[in-house]
Design a protein around this ligand. Sequence first.
Ligand code: RP5
Length: 164
Amino acid sequence: MSSIHIGVVMGSSSDWDTMQHAVQILQQFGVPHEARVVSAHRMPDDMFAYAEAAAGRGLKAIIAGAGGAAHLPGMLAAKTVVPVLGVPVASRHLQGLDSLYSIVQMPRGVPVATFAIGAAGAANAALFAVAMLAADDARLRTQLETFRTQQTELARGMALPPAA
Ligand code: RP5
């Protein structure tokens, strides 16, 4: 059994600015993970090999980010029953709407859990993965509850500037 629980993959190193927000969350929660480039279009054989090996390696979820014609999450999901969490990366010309539609509109039968475009989606995908793992991990559940409590306290402490 692998010690890696979550795989974070992306179509290009240019996705890292976005996808690092997922990795930061996994680091913060102490979740064993890996991060690598696995391009659907430029390395399809590697992508299939990654997906086919995922369950056997003990991965509990794959967070997959891609931009433009973002086939990576859907094609990974086609080759594994390990849950795939898709992150649409903002593209140069259509600002990620193309990525979002490419990832979210999976035909019935092969789901990809799709998150918001960009950094918030990457962070939330990781938080969702943490929540999945927390179902069987009391330490993670406590950490997640503390994280939520801290957010609540931050929001309650938010001050607004005087009206102009
Ligand atoms: C996709 O193409 C990647 O996920 C990336 O978002 C986009 C552009 O890739 P680069 O041209 O920056 O390598 O496959």
